[in-house]
Design a binder for this molecule. Sequence first.
Ligand SMILES: [Cu+2]
Length: 128
Amino acid sequence: MGIILVAGMAFAAEKEKKVFNTVIDKDGVQRVTITAGSFFFDPDYVVVRVNVPVEVTVRKEAEITPHAFVIDAPEAGLSVKEPLSAEPKVIKFTATKAGKYPFFCDQKFLFFKSHKERGMEGVLEVTE
Ligand SMILES: [Cu+2]
């Protein structure tokens, strides 16, 4: 049992990122919908244009475990910290600097590994 668990965790850590390239809608907004669950974001690699408004709709899977959507990159104008609920949450921001910024869930239960450590982490790539 222990061996199976370890093998499963190694696989999860090495899994490929699912890339989503946003397009700029007619109203000038880039939109993406992300599903959050234990312990993943889908997609977990989102590409957006710099200085173009972004609307991220985050939907949390129906479960008791609390999750959040966090981006902590004030150098790029990104300071997002939103608790998630079953109702889809629309998060708006505009990245002001190109680069790769992590988005993650900051939840943690007692002495267990944080959700981020367990795989609730993705990349926001901001391109020129
Ligand atoms: Cu979480």
